[in-house]
Ligand binder design. Structure first.
Ligand SMILES: *Cc1c(COP(=O)(O)O)cnc(C)c1O
Length: 353
């Protein structure tokens, strides 16, 4: 840290992304990326024409992609906000709707960026403990009078709240914004997008990173009522109106044309998840009922760090969180059936020595 850094960032702890080591070829099951490439439409979308268009600024309105997202989700253009990954969308939400008076509430075990953004923007944070079984108690979020952010399915537990509960949370906090982060919803959750039509304080946040195999393109969006979208646009135009580059805009549009392809790979990932979960239960693992593209598991005979290191030494990267209550667990991204078999073999070996 230099002596010039503003005092308000001195204590800020930055988000730590999953490791991307280059010392060898790992089977990478640590950052919830898709094991499958983007759709054939996406692979064809990047041509010379698109590349020569890079001399121009990207469309600051992101109009074509926002229209396509609106159509796919049964809403209108003015209900869609596009960002450079949903991380950026979330950043604008924390910037826009939380201050020290309202504060922000989110589960104590959830996506790590919520606490980072709270600190970045100097917000008072209310980290609400999950229940013993890691589920969210919806009553904890009713009549809170603070901004609420909930991942549904939650990460890294994979557990879902019902739409009835989301609706109750939104309706009981009419003077506060409620944001639902649906990064994993395509793998088995129910989307709250319909609810945004009757709850004017509800924003649903989505990403192309996980189910659309486009983590590197950085595309995320929020859906909500037009006044909320206008708030976010105001902040976006005050930060970087060209936040989504033209290659990503084209690639995102192409991805929305590949519905059959994506339906199939999502189906395959869900099958691989259920198959691996069952085999791990047979080996004595304790797993949550994950509705994401990952498993969250612990074993009585090996600690979380032992599981993580044992897999890493066998060429398989998973995520371990050094955090109270979950440091016995590892989070395993669901890969191809072949990758899952290799991972299961490694676990079996670790448990027999
Ligand atoms: C992966 C993830 C994100 C971030 O996605 P990007 O669109 O790649 O920025 C947001 N929220 C949760 C819960 C995630 O797991």
């Amino acid at each position: 840290m230099s002596r010039f850094l503003s005092e308000r960032f001195e204590k800020l702890c930055a988000y730590v992304p999953g490791e991307q080591p280059k010392d060898m070829e790992y089977i990478k099951l640590n950052t919830n990326e898709s094991p499958y490439p983007p759709s054939p439409e996406v692979l064809r979308a990047v041509d010379e024409n698109l590349l020569s268009g890079l001399r121009l600024y990207s469309d600051p309105e992101c109009r074509r992609l926002r229209e396509a997202i609106a159509k796919e989700n049964g809403v209108s253009l003015e209900n869609v906000f596009l960002g450079n990954g949903s991380d950026e969308v979330l950043s604008f939400i924390f910037m826009a709707y939380c201050d020290n008076k309202t504060g922000v509430s989110y589960p104590d075990i959830s996506y790590g960026f919520y606490s980072v953004y709270s600190d970045l923007y100097g917000l008072s944070k209310n980290e609400v403990p999950l229940r013993e079984d890691f589920s969210i108690d919806p009553r904890d979020y009713m009549n809170l009078g603070s901004t609420v952010v909930i991942a549904n399915p939650n990460a890294p537990t994979g557990l879902c709240l019902s739409l009835e509960d989301i609706e109750k949370i939104a309706k009981s906090n009419p003077h506060n914004l409620v944001a639902i982060d649906e990064a994993y919803v395509d793998f088995g959750g129910d989307s709250g997008i319909e609810l945004t039509k009757s709850c004017d304080n509800l924003l649903v946040v989505r990403t192309f990173s996980k189910s659309r195999s486009l983590a590197g393109a950085r595309l995320g969006f929020a859906i909500g009522n037009p006044e909320l979208i206008a708030d976010l646009e105001k902040l976006r135009y005050s930060t970087n109106p060209f936040n989504v580059n033209s290659l990503s805009l084209a690639v995102g549009l192409a991805a929305l044309e590949g519905k059959d392809y994506y339906d199939r790979i999502i189906y395959d990932i869900i099958q691989a998840r259920e198959c691996a979960a069952q085999k791990m239960r047979e080996m004595g693992f304790d797993l949550t009922e994950s509705r994401g593209n990952f498993l969250f598991a612990k074993h009585a005979n090996l600690s979380g760090i032992e599981l993580y290191l044992g897999l890493k030494s066998r060429g398989i990267l998973v995520r371990h969180f050094k955090k109270p209550r979950i440091d016995d667990y590892i989070r395993i991204t669901v890969g191809t059936p072949r990758q899952m078999d290799v991972m299961l073999c490694a676990l079996k070996e670790m448990l027999t020595i």
